[in-house]
Design a protein around this ligand. Structure first.
Ligand code: V47
Length: 383
């Protein structure tokens, strides 16, 4: 429900027409999304996004119990924003590649811990054989049949196809046969060619990224979509990014969630030029994406990247998902993230309840595993 105060604030901001469109469930276009982006009243914008969020999900805030596996950071690409990648395996360069058995064991030893998903993302290693990528998935699947395996970004799938002379479909079919269940949303960055040329000019293009997801959706593999914000992109380029995702989603319906990722500036080539995006920018981005991406069920705030406090606030700015308990996160911690490398389930519950929301554990396909009920008076009092 929009309060009368929010109604008036949106009118004062010149957004009454967009408020009416959103309340009527009418799609807004790119120029309109830009007007929302420029809305000077963040609270009014947030209230509108929150209205859509609550109409879809009520008070629920989704999370899952997951673990990350990054078995190599050796990468032939040279993305300027990346703090994780290294050019080779030499110890002096801090490059690493875990042996196959160790990668698999690092996941299987967590059996019985309640984890439901492994999220696998790596550098683009020049020398690992194709069998390595397939075997990691196959052995985890064999050792832990009910675990969801969310593995390999579209950038990695594109790399495998090029490097091993296969089509996207062949790559994906083999991985699915080995046990992969969904694709993570990484590698999207910003689709606009101007930005890609400057920050990540030697990996999959926007069209290639989108095509990998199109093929995955056709094969029945659901996927996620990210947007890296806070480097050189303009608001127009952020909207263009979301518009390309919205068009593909109209076509396939295969995306599950949109995940804005805030740039982390430490230990990378462009960190000095671009400070960490503000919390205000983050909230604005969540809100606009919730309002613009009317065909996406979920908007996720990756708490590990933005911190627990902003993640709590985001739950009132369009966000309904906080990712997971996340064990052993490396990509943002190598970029200077000060957040813990994981949270216990109780910690996530506390965070969600303090924000006045109800924690709901989901699996990787957004099936509800456990709805933890309404927040108690204590939780509200300490919020
Ligand atoms: O593609 C890399 C980003 C992504 C930095 O699908 C950086 O559920 C900020 O995609 N500052 C990988 N961002 C992580 C990712 C992800 C995370 C959580 C959930 C899901 C999901 C996917 O991280 C990369 C890139 O866009 N990234 N370096 C940095 N310095």
């Amino acid at each position: 429900m929009l309060t009368s105060l929010a109604h008036r604030a949106l009118e004062r901001a010149g957004l009454a027409d967009l408020r009416d469109k959103v309340l009527a469930g009418t799609r807004i276009d790119e120029a309109e999304a830009l007007r929302l982006f420029r809305c000077p009243d963040l609270a009014a914008l947030g209230a509108l996004a929150n209205h859509v969020r609550e109409a879809r999900h009520g008070d629920r805030a989704f999370y899952n119990r997951n673990v990350h596996l990054n078995f190599t950071n050796v990468c032939v690409a040279s993305c300027k924003f990346c703090s994780f990648a290294r050019p080779d395996d030499r110890t002096a360069s801090e490059g690493y590649t875990m042996p196959l058995g160790e990668s698999v064991e690092s996941i299987l030893r967590r059996k019985g811990s309640g984890i439901t998903e492994v999220h696998i993302v790596n550098g683009l290693h020049p020398d690992l054989p194709w069998s390595h990528y397939v075997e990691v998935v196959r052995r985890i699947r064999q050792g832990w049949p009910e675990l969801h395996i969310k593995a390999y970004t579209a950038v990695e799938i594109h790399f495998f196809a090029q490097h091993f002379g296969m089509s996207y479909e062949q790559v994906l079919r083999e991985l699915v046969e080995a046990g992969l269940t969904t694709l993570p949303g990484g590698g999207a960055e910003i689709f606009a060619p101007r930005v890609r040329r400057k920050i990540c000019d030697d990996k999959a293009t926007a069209d290639e990224w989108l095509e990998v997801h199109r093929v995955a959706h056709r094969l029945g593999v659901k996927s996620n979509a990210t947007m890296l914000y806070g480097t050189i992109e303009t608001p127009e380029e952020r909207i263009d990014h979301m518009a390309r995702l919205r068009r593909l989603q109209d076509e396939t319906g295969g995306f599950q969630v949109f995940i804005p990722l805030a740039f982390h500036p430490e230990h990378n080539m462009i960190g000095k030029a671009f400070p960490k995006p503000t919390g205000i920018d983050g909230l604005r981005t969540y809100a606009v994406s919730r309002l613009f991406l009317d065909n996406f069920d979920h908007v996720k705030a990756y708490w590990i990247m933005i911190g627990e406090r902003l993640a709590q606030t985001a739950l009132s700015f369009g966000v309904d998902d906080l990712d997971g308990t996340v064990q052993e996160e490396r990509i943002y911690h190598m970029a200077g993230a000060q957040t813990p490398q994981g949270l216990t389930e109780a910690g996530l519950h506390r965070l969600i309840r303090q924000a006045g929301r109800v924690p709901v554990e989901r699996d990787s396909l957004y099936h509800v595993l456990r709805d933890h009920g309404a927040p108690g008076p204590q939780a509200r009092a300490t919020a």
